[in-house]
Write a protein that binds this ligand. Structure first.
Ligand code: SAM
Length: 261
């Protein structure tokens, strides 16, 4: 053990992650809202607006979106809504991929309640896929790859980024929204206290599942810092524009962008 946490090998981590998300699939939204005090919704809508993806007027080729670790479909439906509202795009397609069938099932149930389920030509599909491999997604087949609060759960993050590069077409965009590291020491002190003391307790009270939320805290703490993650995106082959990332709420979360040239 390391600081009281068991060190786990690759397969154990995969099983652990599956278990965590199966057990939180139903209480997922309630917990997210409670944990982030609703802020995750603001981050997600900022992420979608910032990406500003959709088929531009005058273009005749619909886009192929891929939302990885798409779980409940929040980002996927949000992206399609944005594309239609802003660009009148009603043709682009969306693939939602997640390693966990229970999370995907939640997404499909929600999909059934959206207007997309009533369209004559289905534009949304759900796929159980490990984001590190994605053997069902061909090379150079997607225009926009999004992943929100998913990649820190990957056993091999670099493999996930390399796969993102593989499946995108040249000109395609990689966009990631993920917990990150708070840079201001005072804010970080308060944030760490919140993570380590409050979160597991809230997990216990709201979902009766302290262990899963303890795991989430660990995964947040272990995720690479902004600059390091940016380096990994570049290592996968992406061009990273500007500063390379945008901090949200002091760096509690960050958006990273990469372009496949
Ligand atoms: N993107 C959604 C959102 O923002 O609400 C869901 C995020 S949820 C915290 C993390 C998701 O990552 C879970 O649905 C989990 O099953 C998925 N996940 C974990 N490891 C994965 C992997 N290797 N490949 C694909 N999905 C994975």
């Amino acid at each position: 053990t390391h600081f009281g946490f068991k060190t786990v090998d690759k397969e154990q981590k995969e099983d652990l992650v599956k278990g965590v998300f199966s057990s939180v699939a139903l209480s997922y939204d309630v917990m997210n809202d409670a944990m982030s005090m609703g802020v995750h919704r603001l981050w997600k809508s900022h992420f979608i607006n910032r990406l500003d993806a959709g088929m531009r007027p005058g273009s005749d080729r619909p886009l192929d979106f891929l939302d990885v670790a798409g779980g409940t479909g929040d980002i996927a439906f949000g992206l399609l809504d944005h594309a239609e509202a802003k660009f009148g795009d009603i043709r682009s397609t969306m693939t939602v991929a997640d390693i966990n069938a229970d999370m995907l099932r939640e997404g499909e149930v929600r999909y059934g309640k959206t207007k997309y389920a009533k369209e004559p030509k289905q534009r949304v599909e759900f796929m159980v896929q490990n984001g590190e491999i994605m053997d069902k997604i061909p090379d150079n087949s997607k225009d926009v790859y999004t992943i929100a609060f998913g990649i820190r759960n990957f056993t091999n993050i670099q493999a996930g980024l390399n796969t993102a590069y593989r499946v995108l077409r040249p000109g395609g965009i990689f966009a990631c929204l993920e917990f990150s590291q708070v840079e201001n020491p005072l804010v970080d002190y308060i944030y760490q206290a919140y993570l380590f003391l409050m979160l597991p307790m809230m997990g216990q009270l709201i979902a009766n599942d302290r262990d899963s939320y303890q795991y989430l805290v660990e995964s947040i703490r272990k995720f690479p810092k902004q600059e390091e993650f940016k380096g990994m995106i570049e290592k996968a082959g992406f061009y990273v524009p500007d500063q390379g990332y945008e901090n949200l709420t002091f760096g509690v979360a960050a958006i990273h962008i990469g372009v496949k040239l």
